[in-house]
Design a protein around this ligand. Sequence first.
Ligand code: 13P
Ligand code: SF4
Length: 362
Amino acid sequence: EYRNATAAELDLRIRAAKHALGDRLVILGHFYQRDEIVRYADFLGDSFQLAQAAKTKPNAEYIVFCGVHFMAETADILSRAEQAVILPNLAAGCSMADMAEIDSVTDCWEELASVLGTASDGSDKQPVLPVTYMNSAASLKAFCGEHGGVVCTSSNAETVLQWAFERGQRVLFFPDQHLGRNTAKKMGIPLEQMPVWDPNKPMGGLTPQQIRDARVILWHGFCSVHKRFTVDQISFARQRHPGVHVIVHPECTMEVVDAADEHGSTELIKKRVEAAPAGSIFAIGTEINMVQRLANEHPDKTIFCLDSIICPCSTMYRIHPSYLAWVLESLERGELLNRITVPEAIAAPARVALERMLALKP
Ligand code: 13P
Ligand code: SF4
């Protein structure tokens, strides 16, 4: 029924359901959502802003989250128990988040302890402290909460790592090696002190000496969308558009981040474009739906994606208006579909790690 509906029909149905639900409903949306979804969002943001919004904004009974699974889990953890978080399509995951799962992180933790010990060796710091990127399952956030660690997003990674280094001699950073490497490098940590842990190899493929010498142990995860951006694309953009400002997301590789003029979260990218004078030229290394929207909203500026072959985040894209119409009309009938609930045994320690992050000044 929903699949065969036209865009115009779906629009009418979503608007009608939204109107009927009134203040009982709030729709949160990530910047990477397609325009046909963004238009219904009561609040649009990067993953940090959306976590804050889930905690502070809505009085609503229902939080419909147009984003990916880990974001909806975070919203459930931070919102009040009586609020229900709904993900319109349960297949909207994140391939990077799936690259670290709790069993292999726990194995890694134990192997690190076998080299480093668990006591602090006379130092007032832990031998290693876990930091997880927001793009991770709730169980990993819980792991961080239980082991003195914290969560970070692309907008606060440096502040969070600073906090972690005040408490740990080393950091185990997961799942995104690129965000970890780009941030630690910016903080002056040499590359030799950031080995990558490969969970498919014994002892992560590292020697005990590499582990002892490390400041940041990077999990081997990456984002397949941001991995597509290359230094050649940046050179090409500079040749074709002298004066172009190249801005990329820190999930890009180190080489790309180094070749860009600037890097930052989706919110930072948006702010830079908004603040630039008419006539500015931007080559952007992030998800295409967001770049295209910025280009449409700023016709007085030249804005394009670094990768000329369209590169959407295929899982963000799975939130289609037909799914939104389906969950909203079900809510109207009092039926809760696609609710995301994190069991309290996981939510409680995950909340500790999230609250540690939220308490830090960006
Ligand atoms: P932001 O935290 O910048 O919104 O990024 C989230 C994300 O998934 C980027 O790929
Ligand atoms: Fe995950 Fe990459 Fe999509 Fe972001 S863009 S949600 S990191 S797959």
